[in-house]
Design a protein around this ligand. Structure first.
Ligand SMILES: [Zn+2]
Length: 305
C-alpha cells in the first residue's frame, strides 16, 4: 500500500521552522493540488504530503512527460528537442572544463532516454547511466544501444571510482535525498566533481508565474531549491560549491509551459518576454535564472573526518 509522506522537518536541514507557502496544481497528469512548504532556516521549499516511492509512479504516466517519452509532438516539444542538441554540446564542454579531463569515468544519475550519456560516451568517456523508468531505459537501448541500469545498481558501484557525477534535473525527484548525497561522497574520487542542475524558485520567471510556474511540477518535484538552500545542502555533506551557471533556455521553456498553465493556451510572445526578462536579470545575477547548474567539489574536510 502506498501512502503520503507528511514532513514535520525540512528534508534538507531538518529544521522545524517550516510552513505552507503556496498551493500548486499537477497540470501534466492528475490535476490534483499539492501544498508547497517553505523552510525558514535554509530556504528550501518542498512539496508536502507527497506520494511515497510506491505511489509516485502513477504521476509519471503521461505521454507529455517529455524526458521519458521522447515525444516530438507540439511546438514546445519540437523546440525542446532542437535546443537539446545544442545544450548537450554545452554540457560536454562543462564536464571537460570542470574536471580538466578529456576522458574519465562518469556516473549519470537519472539518465532518461540516454542522450547525455551517449554524448559523453561518444567523446570517449566511460559512462554508467542509472534510470528508474523502464520505458526510458528501453528507449536508450533502442536509440543508442546504451544499457542503462536501475538506480539500485548504485549500491554495487566501486567507492572512489568516478571523476564526475551528473544529475540533470533529477535531484528534485529523488525520495532518498540523504542516501544520494552519501553516495556522491562515497563514489567520487578525491578530485571528483558533482554537477547538479535543478530549477530555481527564486528566479524572476518563478516570481512572475507564482503557483503557475511550471517547474514546481508537483508532485514529481519533491523539493524546490534556491541557490542558498543548495549551497547549504552541499556543505552538510562536505561539498564545497565551486561555481553556478545559468541554463538560459530553461527560462523560455518553463515560461512557455507556465503560460499554458496560467491561461489555458500557448502564448509564445508572452513566454518569450518572460524568458527574456529572466535571462536579462541573470546577466547581472546568475542566481536569477530559471534553472541553475551547481558544480560542487569534495571539500578538504570530507576525507579527514
Ligand atoms: Zn531547511
Amino acid at each position: 500500500m502506498s501512502s503520503l509522506i507528511h514532513r514535520t522537518h525540512c528534508p534538507a536541514c531538518s529544521s522545524e521552522a517550516i510552513h505552507p507557502s503556496l498551493t500548486a496544481v499537477d497540470y501534466t497528469v492528475s490535476r490534483e493540488s499539492f501544498s508547497i512548504w517553505h523552510c525558514d532556516t535554509c530556504s528550501l521549499r518542498f512539496t508536502q504530503d507527497v506520494p511515497d516511492m510506491e505511489g509516485i509512479g502513477a504521476y509519471y504516466q503521461s505521454d507529455s512527460y517529455v524526458s521519458h517519452s521522447d515525444t516530438r509532438e507540439g511546438l514546445i516539444n519540437k523546440l525542446y528537442h532542437l535546443v537539446r542538441n545544442y545544450t548537450l554540446g554545452q554540457k560536454y564542454k562543462l564536464v571537460k572544463k570542470m574536471t580538466g579531463l578529456f576522458t574519465g569515468q562518469l556516473l549519470d544519475i537519472g539518465a532518461g532516454t540516454g542522450a547525455f550519456s551517449n554524448t559523453m560516451q561518444s567523446k570517449g568517456w566511460l559512462v554508467k547511466g542509472l534510470e528508474p523508468d523502464g520505458t526510458a531505459r528501453a528507449q536508450a537501448e533502442k536509440n543508442y544501444g546504451l544499457e542503462l541500469q536501475t538506480p539500485h545498481a548504485i549500491h554495487q558501484l566501486e567507492a572512489g571510482s568516478f571523476d564526475v557525477i551528473t544529475l540533470w534535473h533529477v535531484l528534485e525527484h529523488v525520495h532518498d535525498l540523504d542516501g544520494y548525497w552519501n553516495h556522491f561522497k562515497k563514489l567520487l574520487n578525491e578530485n571528483g566533481q558533482l554537477i547538479i542542475a535543478v530549477p530555481n524558485y527564486t528566479s524572476s520567471d518563478a516570481r512572475h508565474y507564482g503557483a503557475y510556474w511550471a517547474a514546481y511540477d508537483v508532485p514529481r518535484h519533491l523539493y524546490h531549491f534556491s541557490p542558498a538552500a543548495m549551497e547549504e545542502l552541499g556543505r552538510k555533506y562536505g561539498f564545497e560549491l565551486k561555481t553556478t551557471l545559468p541554463m538560459w533556455f530553461d527560462s523560455f521553456y518553463v515560461s512557455m509551459l507556465s503560460e499554458q498553465y496560467k491561461n489555458g493556451k500557448s502564448n509564445l510572445a508572452a513566454a518569450c518576454w518572460q524568458g527574456l526578462l529572466s535571462n536579462l536579470k541573470t546577466l547581472f545575477n546568475q542566481n536569477k535564472c530559471s534553472s541553475v547548474i551547481y558544480v560542487f567539489r569534495k571539500g578538504s574536510m570530507v576525507n579527514s573526518i
